[in-house]
Design a protein around this ligand. Sequence first.
Ligand code: HEM
Length: 476
Amino acid sequence: MLPALFQNFHRINEFFNEIMEKSSELTFLFKGPWFSNMNIIITVDPSNFHMCLARASFVNYVKGPKFNEIFEFLGDGIFNSDFSLWQYHRRLAHSFFGHPKFNSIFMMKIWEEMKSRLIPLLDNVSKHGVEINLHNIFKRFSYDNVCNIILDYDPKFLSLDLAPIPLFQAVIDVEEVIFRRHAMPTSMWKFLRWLGVGEEKYQKDCQMLYDFTNKVIAMKREERKLGNPKEESEVIFHDLLTIYLNDVENPTTPINSSNCDNFLKDAILNLLIAGGDTIGVTLSWLFYLLTKNPLVTNKIREELNVVMVKRDDENNNDDFLRKFTKHKNELVYLHGAICETLRLYPSVPFNHKNSVESDILPSGHRMKPDMQILFNMYAQGRMKSIWGDDCYEFKPERWITERGNIKFEPSYKFSAFGAGPRICQGKDMALTQIKIVAAAIIRRYDIEVVQGHQVVPGVSLKLQMKHGFKVKLIRC
Ligand code: HEM
């Protein structure tokens, strides 16, 4: 199977999708050659997702040392951690995302960036009729937002001059290296790394990301030293970096103080990687699908007219935020379009865990101890036996009940955000952010893909658009 994998590496997501669709089963054993130690179960079966990711089996399906090695770049952050370290990260992040003020503060921050930078930029682009790479714009916007929300720091990646951001390329390059490691026996990628083949820029790229994170942490420390700290009781809401700083500087912290700076860097970098690209990638695929499905765009516009515009005062931008906040749950069709996008183009296309002890999966496949299981979210969203014969169609109606409400699909079947105790902590924030940006743009512009521009998914840990998304915007 390894030669077929190498041959199809440039279209790996489609390759696995085809294998799954052809076989009558939703799970198969991927076997590398005898020396490779590559026996991986690949599954799209919701019952396997359910069993392995649910709380009951949580301790038997872990990230584990193989994952940690491949993802060494993430250090001791949440993605790379298990057991008590994972619980520690999860607890701190929960105190942030679950704070009663969180929703109103993050909505204000997003709206501020939309009003002051995103919309003026897009207005300018449409006024002059120029082409723009919307994928890059969304990426700038979502990195700004995640930094603003998590670090209370605005890197201003989105600006009128659109100067190149080397940090974005560094993330793409690092993720591609990590992705390639998945397709090789460990001994092979380590040998290639030793030779310096295929990972030439890797160390430099990692360092660029570490430097950025360390710089922001140092700035926050300086601010805390110089500032006039309020009494703890006066502070109503802390950003997540401050929550981490307060904890690691507390004498009761479980974190070893000798590597505290490194630990903070890992913790923050993991969150930037989690939130930075994922929202921008989803927005890009959503608008791509809308350009292919103008009837869906029209229906979303009609819904926005009924729910928002008729009650809106066009001249008052802030009224849009107030009305969106109040009526966002009524935007059922738009919600369906976003879920369809994540079903067909999940921004994180796969995920994997390692078994601790032997087990038998609901599909009947046997897991040996220390064996990898790969959950293929991309193929899961495109299986006829799971989503029906029309699974390749973009149909927001799929997510609407007969009574016109949002239809719930279990996270083991609609797995774009993962499932079980490790489900994405940014899920609600991401969905709201995508919804508000989509609502504002769909109301204002028609989008046309530049003639001859090819939109294709890249091959990496996230479902980037390989050549970007070049479009023209026409004010409607
Ligand atoms: C469309 C946007 C997003 C998608 C599709 C997405 C998807 C995912 C997936 C698939 C996982 C892995 C779950 C697992 O390991 O089982 C995950 C984990 C996580 N996500 Fe997201 N994510 C998105 C946005 C965000 C945002 C904006 C944040 C905020 C910073 C965020 C924070 C996290 C965190 C902290 C975890 C780790 C959970 C853990 O290991 O316990 N995500 N996400």
